[in-house]
Design a binder for this molecule. Structure first.
Ligand code: 5GP
Ligand code: ZN
Length: 134
């Protein structure tokens, strides 16, 4: 995709701090980190979001996330790791080239993720199970 910043970064046309690269992926440091070591897993081929990603490449993406996440946590002495992947404006996606966020977490620091838990009512349960067909 000619105008896609992540296509250019993933394929080395625009430099980025690269932690890992293979034939299909590049793992880079996020320019606006939510915590120390916040990184992005980018496929070199352009897919806008999760639904466009072929299943086989998704499997590989998860394996890369596992390997890079483990190295980030060990290398930086983190206590945990969040794996986040946004799809659509409403979900916070700002760059429309599939990517996974690897966000190392440190005890007592970096409250970057969270929600206030609601309640799963019987009505909600019934409605959701009736409407969602996988
Ligand atoms: P999204 O909100 O789409 O899930 O995440 C996009 C992420 O890409 C953001 O965390 C943002 O900081 C990061 N980002 C946007 N442009 C660039 C860039 O040019 N280089 C790098 N390294 N990260 C970027
Ligand atoms: Zn792209």
């Amino acid at each position: 995709m000619a105008d896609c910043i992540f296509c250019k970064i993933a394929n080395g046309e625009i430099p980025a701090a690269t932690l890992y690269e293979d034939d299909d992926f590049r793992v880079i440091l996020d320019l606006g980190p939510g915590s120390k070591g916040h990184s992005l897993v980018l496929p070199k081929a352009h897919y806008a979001n999760l639904y466009e990603m072929p299943d086989e490449l998704l499997g590989k993406a998860m394996a890369v996330a596992k390997k890079a996440g483990d190295a980030l946590v060990k290398g930086l002495g983190a206590d945990g790791l969040n794996l986040i992947q946004n799809n659509g404006l409403a979900a916070g996606q700002t760059v429309f080239h599939f990517h996974m966020h690897l966000i190392p977490r440190y005890e007592g620091k970096d409250e970057v993720i969270g929600w206030t838990p609601g309640t799963l009512t019987d009505g909600d349960k019934e409605e959701i199970l009736a409407k969602v067909k996988i």
